[in-house]
Design a protein around this ligand. Sequence first.
Ligand SMILES: [Zn+2]
Length: 194
Amino acid sequence: MLQSAPLIWFYGVRPGLFQAIFPVYLVGEEPAADQFVMALTEEQRVIRPGSRIEENLRRYLIGMTRHRLHQPVFASQVMAAYGTRCAVCSLGHRELFDAAHIIPDSQLRGEAVIGNGIALCKIHHAAYDRHILGIRPELVVEIHHRLLDEIDGPMLRHGLQDHHAQSLMTVPAARADRPDSDRLAERYDQFRAA
Ligand SMILES: [Zn+2]
């Protein structure tokens, strides 16, 4: 901390699995609570812990913490829970895979927590975000009716239409890692209204 040295923080995602966050800096000590104050950005390094800051800056710093810490940890948790496979089609290529939010992170209940996460490949993530694909709270896929009767190539048929009314192909083994049914229900209502 005194040398302002950049550090790597190995954030525990689950036993034996860590997300490396770097660079981070120690900017304060709280010996009574047995903890340190960590800065994740240059801006956070220059602000004294506990000092009053302007509202816009505070929001910016929270946004940066989300980007630097919460999102990578969330992505690791979702990847581990689904074994890096798409929940809808089971595609298992890391490069084509996203940790998707059920409630978008721009919304109030859109926290980066495992219950708000679902592993989706790029195409199913985009389809979910555009309300082309919905997921019922009981983990059954629905394809929007405007696409169901359309005739097109194999991607539409196998990639989307064939999943209609089918259960998710990949669901985390641990109940605690599965998506929250109330968040799924809220998102499913938006899909139904689209
Ligand atoms: Zn998929």
